[in-house]
Design a protein around this ligand. Sequence first.
Ligand SMILES: Cc1cc(C)cc(S(N)(=O)=O)c1
Ligand SMILES: [Zn+2]
Length: 243
Amino acid sequence: CSKVQEAGEYNTKMHPMWQGPLVVPGGDRQSPIDIVVRKSVFDSELKPLLTNYDPRTCQQIWNNGYSFLVEYDDTADKSTLEGGPLQDKFRLCQFHFHWGESNAWGSEHTLDRRLFPAELHLVHWNSNKYSLFEEAVMEENGLAVIGVFLKVGKRHEGLQKLVDALPAIRHKGSVVEFTKFDPACLLPTNTDDYWTYHGSLTTPPLTESVTWIVMKQHIEVSHDQVCEVYEVKYFSHGCYQGF
Ligand SMILES: Cc1cc(C)cc(S(N)(=O)=O)c1
Ligand SMILES: [Zn+2]
């Protein structure tokens, strides 16, 4: 079902002032949204994003049934995000991707209704205000998720280590150790241009606890790398249940 965002002020680097229709099941700040680029308004109050990721906190990669997620040790402020629209320090707990069954679609957010083949989500929780992810996920200032669009093009060297681990987690529920991976390599070169708005998790339980930071610049991965990911999807049976 398509979720359209409620009208309202969005505090973004290039804010999309949403003036679309108001059909919102459940809450009033549901994600994903379509980012209406031409309606963006520059906000000079926003700071540059500051990521400080320690690859030694990378722990494992697992297949949750329709995607794979890489989990980080978030028991201390070792891999953190601050700045941008954020008032507090946020701790990286995991990253994952949303892929389609074909290159035609896959992203959750859209730019002027334009879909991308995939979208990366780096999930962080507010460690200034809360002591566990499970607490933060219920609070409106609890999470910060960086969204990065993916396009098929040149090979992404940094991603290859992750792609090489995928055959070991082909089946739903499989987990393998995955260490020393620096997720900063998955960010675009320019992290100064982004949209940010208050929204929700994009899959159940859809809690409205996310400050979204969607990068304007996409990253590129090769067709072969995408095929490896589809292999994982192919082997994971059952319907998509969210994370
Ligand atoms: C259900 C769920 C959990 C988490 C941590 C993150 C998301 S998302 N896709 O909004 O980044 C969804
Ligand atoms: Zn996601």
